[in-house]
Every structure is written in structure tokens, then in C-alpha cells.
Design a protein around this ligand. Structure first.
Ligand SMILES: *Cc1c(COP(=O)(O)O)cnc(C)c1O
Length: 456
């Protein structure tokens, strides 16, 4: 018999609870601080931006949090997602390693992000919120939130970084199709936007500016709140449905991973995939290696500092304890737009500091080379972000071959690349190149950090 290719669960296998790793961390994370007073934040500080249930989840140390029935119902539209054995890729790489991948590109918006946009919109709706604002760079998060607000009947306002707005018309149209208003940021409808446009009318925009605009709109109206697609604890927790399903599916395959790999932007799909396995390390002494794959052009985990820093480039958000390149760091305009963020979520940062997870930085050409090989072997075109995880899988699979050991590797294929074909076009045309950061570039954002609070 040839090897089984995919491992499928039914709707009744959709997890009933999310896993909250805060219950099992040996060292709890440091508290977020108020940007003005530098004192730990209280729930009231966050109330203008988030509904109370999400604020509770943000600080909860309960190990398991119930997933509401309405959220599990919405999850049925694409969950459970399949787990594939990458049989063709194993053959292509001629490796003794067993490679499995969980495929999150089957969600309506094409990535893992609806796993959190659906519960976030649900809790907002329950607390009487009628409109959500957010920012988006490449458009993955904006479309996931537009899909979820459409589903639960809320309005949605997306501030899309101007350069992406012009470069990615199909992502914008997808958000419009799901009923969202999409603005090229900076706009003239916010104080923050008008201020920036006055100084620099031709600015291409940035995520930091778009965050400032979305936050300002939310604070101005009592029925409007703000939503974030990564970094925060509750976002990471919602994504654990990925790893919880994968555990069951690997059981069906009679396997358990030696290595778990996922690409890393702010940490949500990495956390969602790895934390349920990390639980076995923390509770039962297992030794699963969990590897986050980041771009060499934005290497906060491998080259950043563990410090308090702002989440946005303007300096409006709370100070978070994180591995960061500094909130002023300007990443190169790589095609993996979802990975161009200066900092890592607080939980992932603490776990990295405690050496409970690993990180590798990968250059762009190695990523696209792995992405094209994967598409040729397995058929699915990976999102540029996902190719970073793939590159690490290739490295580990080839290492297993050299060492002659059979490792079991689980990889999260967090999204498809159907909206990103210009990235592949540029790759084939030889227009992509690697980015070697100078010390000056690396220190640019970190210098600013001297003014914020060092962690001793
Ligand atoms: C947003 C996004 C990422 C990066 O965000 P994380 O929070 O680190 O998961 C990676 N891949 C895809 C496809 C995305 O949409």
C-alpha cells in the first residue's frame, strides 16, 4: 500500500476549547505598560479599544478557554483543515524525514487569520459594538476581518498602507466584496493622517501610521472598537485550533513530531501551531523542537533585543515586553508583507528568552526557491510568508538525510499565494535579491529604544 496522503477530521472534531499557554509558562511574561505613565496597564486602559471578554482573555491564566458555539459554527465553513503528508516533497528531497503540513489556506480569505477574526468580531458583537476598525499591510488581515464582520453583521473600516493599496487591488476588492470600507492610509479623515500628509503629502504610508489612524477612529466613537490580527495574547490563543487539530491528525497517522515549524510575523500562526505541542514539553518533558522562521530582512527574533517597545511606529500603543528591532525600524519592501513587523508578541518573546523555542532567519531567494519546489511537488502555491517556514523544513529535511536519521517534521502552510503571483513573477524575472543588513540599519531602530524601559 502506498502511504496515506491526507488526514481528515469531521466537524465534530473542531476543538471545543482554545489552549492558553500562559497557564504553563515557567516564567510569566512581564506586564504591558502605559505609554505615558510607564505603569502596568489595567483593564480600563484597554476598554476603549477592545471588548471586555478579549481583555480578560489577554490576561487569563486559565489553561483552557471555551470556544462559543456560534464561533464553532462559523469555523465549520473551513475547519477542520486537512493535514497532508508531503509524500511528493519527501521523494523530491530524497529525505528519510517524514514531512507533514497543516493547510490553513482553505479558509475563505486564504490564510489562518479568520481563526481569530471570527471570535474577535463575535465578542465585539455580543458587547454591542457595531463597527470595527483595523489596519492592513498586504491585505490578509483586512480581508479576514472584512469576512468576519460581514458574517456577524458589523461594519468594518480598514486602513490599508497606501503603497499596498495601489499594488494589491484584488485584496482591496475582496474587502469591498465583504462590505468593508477600505482607505489608502494616510487619509484626511483622521487627525493622525492629516498631520502626516501635511508633512509629507507623497508618503507611501506604513503599518505604524495605519494603526494610529485605526485606533483614533475607534477611540472617537463609543460603538466602534479596534481589532488586531497578531501579536496580542488572545490572538495567539485563538490560533491554537491549528495545533490542537494537528495533534489528533498526527495520532491518526501514528506519529508525533520531532520538529514543528511555522513562519513568523508577529507570532500568531507560529503560536497556534506550536503551543499545543509545547504543552507536552512543559508538562511531560517531551522535547519537540519548535522553530519560528523569520525573514533575514526583518530579524527581530535572531538579531533583535528583548526590551519594552511600542507596537506602532508613532509610539501610541502600550509598551510591550518583546524581541524588537525598534519601532522605527524600516524593513525592506519584501513580498512577504505579513512578516514585515518590527516586534514579536510578548508570550513568544518570553519563551524565546527562556530558550523554550528556536528561531531561524532566512533570505528571500532561499524562501522562493523552496516555495517553487514545494508547489511543483505538492501542487499548492504557498503564500510568500509561508515559504519562510518551508525553507526551514528543507534545511531540516536535508540535515536528516546527511545524518541518516528519520525525523518527523510538522509545518504550518499558513496561506496560499494566489494573490501574490507578482512576487513569483519578480522571482522568475530575477528581480528579487537577498538583504544583508548593515549594523547601522540594525541599530537605527534600537538606538531609539534607549529612551524606553530596559529589562533587567
Ligand atoms: C499575517 C500572516 C502572517 C504573519 O502573521 P503571524 O501573526 O506571525 O502569523 C504569515 N502568513 C500569512 C499568510 C499571513 O497572512
Amino acid at each position: 500500500m502506498s502511504k496515506q496522503k491526507k488526514f481528515l477530521l469531521t466537524e465534530k472534531d473542531i476543538p471545543e476549547q482554545w489552549y492558553n499557554i500562559q497557564a504553563d509558562m515557567p516564567n510569566p511574561m512581564l506586564p504591558p505598560l502605559h505609554p505615558g505613565t510607564k505603569q502596568p496597564l489595567g483593564p480600563d486602559d484597554l476598554a476603549p479599544l477592545f471588548p471586555m471578554e478579549l481583555i480578560k482573555q489577554e490576561v487569563s491564566t486559565e489553561r483552557w478557554i471555551d470556544i462559543p458555539d456560534e464561533v464553532r459554527d462559523a469555523y465549520k465553513m473551513w475547519r477542520c483543515t486537512p493535514l497532508f503528508r508531503a509524500t511528493n516533497l519527501e521523494k523530491m528531497l530524497d529525505t528519510p524525514a517524514k514531512i507533514y503540513y497543516k493547510y490553513e489556506g482553505l479558509s475563505p480569505s486564504g490564510s489562518h487569520k479568520p481563526n481569530t477574526s471570527i471570535p474577535q468580531v463575535y465578542y465585539n458583537m455580543k458587547e454591542g459594538v457595531t463597527k470595527l476598525t483595523t489596519e492592513t499591510g498586504a491585505g490578509q488581515w483586512g480581508s479576514a476581518l472584512a469576512f468576519a464582520t460581514q458574517y456577524f453583521g458589523l461594519k468594518c473600516e480598514v486602513f490599508m498602507v497606501k503603497i499596498s493599496y495601489n499594488q494589491k487591488p484584488y485584496r482591496k476588492l475582496l474587502m469591498n466584496l465583504w462590505g468593508a470600507d477600505v482607505y489608502a492610509s494616510p487619509t484626511d479623515i483622521t487627525e493622525a493622517g492629516r498631520g502626516i500628509l501635511k508633512l509629507n503629502p507623497d508618503t507611501p504610508g506604513s503599518l505604524g501610521i495605519a494603526i494610529s489612524e485605526a485606533v483614533e477612529r475607534a477611540v472617537m466613537d463609543e460603538h466602534t472598537k479596534y481589532s488586531l490580527g497578531s501579536v496580542l495574547n488572545h490572538v495567539l490563543m485563538h490560533q491554537t485550533v491549528i495545533g490542537l487539530e494537528a495533534i489528533k491528525q498526527l495520532e491518526m497517522a501514528g506519529d508525533f513530531p520531532d520538529i514543528v515549524v511555522a513562519p513568523f510575523g508577529g507570532g500568531s500562526n507560529f503560536a497556534g501551531t506550536a503551543f499545543p505541542f509545547l504543552r507536552y514539553n512543559l508538562q511531560e518533558g517531551k522535547k519537540v523542537r519548535c522553530i519560528a522562521a523569520e525573514p533575514a530582512s526583518c530579524p527581530k527574533l535572531t538579531k533583535g533585543q528583548f526590551r519594552y517597545d511600542f507596537g506602532d511606529s508613532v509610539g501610541m500603543t502600550p509598551l510591550l515586553p518583546m524581541f524588537t528591532l525598534g519601532h522605527n525600524f524600516v524593513p525592506a519592501p519584501i513580498h512577504a508583507g505579513g512578516l514585515r513587523y518590527h516586534g514579536a508578541g510578548a508570550i513568544v518573546s518570553q519563551l524565546l528568552k527562556d530558550k523554550l523555542i528556536e528561531a531561524q532567519a532566512i533570505q528571500q531567494l532561499e524562501c522562493f526557491d523552496a516555495g517553487v519546489k514545494f508547489a511543483r511537488a505538492e501542487g499548492i502555491v504557498p503564500a510568500p510568508e509561508a515559504t519562510h517556514g518551508l525553507a526551514v523544513v528543507f534545511r531540516e529535511a536535508l540535515k536528516a538525510k546527511e545524518e541518516g536519521t528519520s525525523k518527523t517534521i510538522l509545518f504550518n502552510l499558513c496561506g496560499h499565494g494566489h494573490f501574490d503571483m507578482t512576487a513569483y513573477q519578480d522571482y522568475f524575472a530575477g528581480k528579487l535579491h537577498d538583504h544583508h543588513l548593515t549594523d547601522e540599519q540594525l541599530n537605527y531602530g534600537l538606538k531609539e529604544l534607549d529612551k524606553s524601559i530596559p529589562i533587567t
